[in-house]
Structures are given as C-alpha cells and as structure tokens.
Design a protein around this ligand. Structure first.
Ligand SMILES: Cc1ncc(COP(=O)(O)O)c(C=O)c1O
Length: 349
C-alpha cells in the first residue's frame, strides 16, 4: 500500500492516491468484533492464504467529508452508508458491524484528520470503510475472521481525465449484474467484473461505462460507479427520469439526494425504465443526461457512444436541470442549503 502523504492544498489531488494520517481498524474472530482502534495509516501484514485474496469476500462503502468553513467539516449521509454496509455484509455472508460502529468509526476518523479535509473547490475527504475475509485458509466457504478498516483520502476529480463533462461507452457484450446477483450491494467483485469494460471505455476515449440490463441489453441500468438520470423535454415541461431500483442497480445515496433536491425545486420526477435507443435517437426528446455518485458528485454527460458505432452528443455544456441540481448538491454537502434530518454529521475542530 502507498505511503501516507499530506494533501497539498493547491495541487490537483486526483482520486484515492493520497491518504490522511489515520485509519480505523477492528477485527472479527470467535464470533465477535473487537473494539475499533484509531491508528496511523500504515501497511498491513497478511498471509498469502488470506481468504479475501482468493475468493473476493469483501465489501466497501464510499462517503465524503466536505469543508463547510475553516473550523467545520460535514460528513454526508453516513447513517445511510452504515445501513448499506450492513446489507452488503448480509448478502456476502459476512458479519454486520455492531449497531453504531460504522458511524462512530467514520466520525472518529474525520475528527482525528479534520485538518486534512481540503478546501479547494471540488475537493473533499473521501472516506472508504471496507470489510474483508481475513482468515488464513483456502477452504471454499465463508471466512470466520474478518477485518474492518476505515481510511480517508483527500480527493478532487474522480475521473482521470479531470474533465467537467464526461463521455460514456454503452456496451452489450458484458453485463454488470443480473437479478439475484450482487448488483444492488457494494461488494468488491462487482467492480472486479467491470474493470475490463472500463478499460475498454477508456481505450475508446470515454470516461465511464454505461451498463445496460442483463436480459435484453436495451435498458439503461447505471454507470460504473454512478447512477443515471435523464431529462426529457425542456423548460417548464422538463421531466427528470431515473431507472427504478429493480434489484440489479446500486441504490445510490446521491441518487436519493438528487431526487429529494428535484422534488424541492418542483421538478417532475419519475422512476421508469429508460431505453438506450430512446436516448440515442437523432430526434430524441431526452435533452440532458447526468451521472451521480459520491465519488463524482453530479457529472453531466457530454457524449454517449455505443458498441454498434452510434454516438450522440447530448450537449457541450451542462443542461439547465443538471446545472441546477449540481449546484444544489454542492450547496447541501457544504452546508449552504438545508439538509434533510440524518444527512449530515457536523464536526468542529
Ligand atoms: C455501481 C455504483 N452505482 C452507483 C453508485 C452511487 O452511489 P452513491 O451515490 O451512494 O455513492 C456507486 C457508488 O458507490 C456505485 O459504485
């Protein structure tokens, strides 16, 4: 693992390559979790037969702490992440954390490293809680020992290109998730299975994969690490649409936040299947497309390219609905717009 580095305040941080000073660590053995300990970020020692390495029994979460002012940082939607972490653990046959441990861990970590939350526009402290199978064994069964870690990384742009608008590649030769699989939880394997497609998307000059449904390869599911919204029509008739959570899509907290922010603005919103063909059509009524997730925030889509050679440029500037929701999202996470109850943990330092 990388060495600990302090975040420079002006250089481009990128995503997940620098780490804050501390780490939270706990271990599960003999049917119980140890107390979580705050320690320096440092390399781990591991057995070559550590089960997570062989069978991928590993889950994670992603949330952010944002700077509100010089003395205040805000952790966004930690309780929701704790609930999703529990769901992921249960789906992967792993022991959920004791009640409160997840939120305590991230609160303690951010409290310890609050001075390392960057302040430049578009920057934040990305928090990465992870749980993995820690038993030394090659037996093909659930591990009986697990490790929980929470680390933090000062970040800015999620995309290596650093572009404000992103291009997506829709492909039909691979799928991300099928019903009954693990698409609606955050297990490491979902991401491992998507790496080849992401490399392919990048090789074609795009930033991200746009995944389609596993059965017909017709309907938009989500992007690689973000949910998808489209805007149909414009002006007073603009309608926001996002695919329903059918069991194969990750229920993003940014998605839920965007829905709430759109409702506050009185924008018509519905959850409906979105056919890729309807987005790609030359006379499409879809006027805007955006991706959203903790890591990338609200990311406007510029162009969608498909594996059958179609390409549609949605727009070279974020559309009005996307721009309004992106501004609201930025305002709410930095404490400049009222949050809903339970969205924010405030830390002063
Ligand atoms: C596959 C996938 N979809 C959607 C999201 C967005 O989720 P959230 O808004 O909770 O970050 C993520 C982010 O973790 C993801 O990995």
């Amino acid at each position: 693992m990388s060495q600990t580095e302090q975040a420079p305040s002006t250089n481009r941080l990128g995503f997940g390559s620098q780490f804050s000073t501390h780490l939270i660590s706990a271990r599960y053995a003999d049917g119980a979790w140890s107390a979580a300990a705050l320690q320096d970020f440092a390399d781990l020692t591991m057995s070559p037969a550590m089960m997570a390495v062989h069978y991928g029994q590993a889950i994670f979460e992603g949330l952010k702490a944002f700077r509100a002012d010089e003395q205040t940082v805000l952790i966004f939607r930690a309780a929701d992440c704790a609930r999703r972490f529990d769901r992921s653990a249960t789906r992967m046959g792993m022991p959920p954390l004791p009640a409160g441990m997840f939120v305590d861990a991230v609160t303690r970590l951010v409290g310890a490293d609050a001075a390392e939350v960057p302040s430049d526009e578009g920057s934040s402290l990305y928090l990465r809680p992870v749980m993995f199978a820690d038993e030394t064994s090659l037996a093909v069964r659930s591990s009986t020992e697990f490790r929980f870690l929470a680390m933090a990384s000062p970040v800015d742009s999620f995309f290596a290109s650093g572009r404000a608008m992103i291009d997506a590649f829709a492909q039909r030769s691979q799928i991300r998730a099928a019903l009954g699989g693990t698409g609606d939880v955050k297990c490491a394997g979902n991401y491992a299975g998507a790496m080849a497609a992401k490399s392919d998307a990048i090789a074609r000059g795009c930033d991200e994969v746009l995944w389609l449904d596993a059965v017909d390869h017709r309907y938009i599911e989500e992007f690689g690490a973000m949910n998808c919204f489209v805007v149909k029509g414009s002006g007073a008739d603009a309608e926001l649409i996002t695919p329903p959570l059918t069991g194969t899509i990750l229920a993003g907290h940014t998605r839920a936040t965007v829905i709430k922010l759109a409702q506050r603005r009185g924008i018509k919103i519905s959850e409906q299947p979105i056919a890729l063909a309807d987005v790609m059509a030359a006379d499409s009524s879809i006027t805007e497309v955006f991706a959203c997730g903790t890591a990338a925030g609200v990311a406007p889509i510029r162009t969608i390219v498909t594996d059958s050679g179609e390409s549609r440029t949605i727009g070279h500037q974020p559309g009005p609905v996307t721009a309004a929701l992106a501004a609201d999202y930025t305002a709410v996470v930095h404490g400049d717009l009222d949050a809903e109850p339970d969205w924010i943990i405030r830390i002063t330092h």
